[in-house]
Design a protein around this ligand. Structure first.
Ligand code: NI
Ligand code: MN
Length: 237
């Protein structure tokens, strides 16, 4: 598999919530859904100090714990599309950073966050307009790149994400119902050209029926593909 850089860790907290730790001790959380996430192990719901938080879109299963998580994490920058960032600010997030698709925001010495497209809807928990759904390619200081697709169907421009941003690892939703399922995720793997995939956004609720084994089967034509199945709370690296 794509070796994680020495000392780097990726922890899946269940659903789309993922904690990244760099070899230099920096901590980045994508989609802060922890205390109200039924998949997140209780002892991991308090993620502690963070250097950045990224939010892919406004839906509650990605954003609704953000205000509280940002406060307890020491008010790090919270990166999101402008509409979501503005809303989070109105809810009490102190250090919201709004940008948009195609843009890159650098959290100094921690990560470059490239905001990508995603095909999905986006509204905030109170019904406010959330702009559009997004994904992120995170570029770590040693050059290692991880694509967190957010919630999305498969789309042809994933080929552009592969070409321009060259992710080493893709974290793809496979649960079906609210996002793509395993067959579409297999096509996403082909479009992206990645060889290492960590499935997310499955198993949290009964309708999210897609499973990593099904992705393995659907993508069995992809040479050298590794589908890494983590349990909620499990750490890679
Ligand atoms: Ni969603
Ligand atoms: Mn979702």
């Amino acid at each position: 598999m794509a070796q994680l850089p020495e000392g780097m860790k990726i922890t899946w907290l269940g659903h789309a919530s993922v904690l990244f730790e760099t070899s230099g001790g920096k901590r980045i959380l994508v989609d802060p859904w922890t205390t109200s996430n039924p998949s997140c192990p209780e002892e991991q719901q308090d993620v502690g100090r963070l250097d950045a938080i990224l939010v892919t879109h406004g839906h509650g299963d990605h954003s609704q714990d953000c205000v509280q998580v940002a406060k307890s994490a020491g008010n790090p920058p919270v990166l999101a599309i402008v509409e979501v960032a503005t809303w989070l600010e109105s809810q009490g997030v102190e250090n919201a950073v709004g940008f948009n698709k195609g843009g890159t925001y650098e959290v100094e010495g921690v990560v470059k966050a490239h905001m990508t497209d995603a095909k999905h809807s986006s509204s905030l928990p109170d019904g406010s307009y959330g702009g559009e759904a997004t994904g992120f390619v995170l570029e770590f200081p040693d050059g290692f790149r991880v694509y967190h697709a957010g919630d999305t169907s498969v789309f042809g421009d994933m080929a552009l994400i592969g070409k321009l941003l060259k992710p080493d690892v893709a974290m793809l939703p496979i649960g079906d119902h609210y996002t793509m399922g395993p067959a579409s995720a297999a096509e996403a793997v082909r479009l992206l050209g990645v060889k290492t995939v960590i499935p997310i956004h499955f198993g949290t609720f009964p309708p999210l029926i897609g499973r990593p084994d099904q992705l393995r089967k659907e993508a069995s034509d992809v040479d050298g593909l590794e589908v890494i199945e983590l349990k909620p709370g499990e750490t890679l690296g």
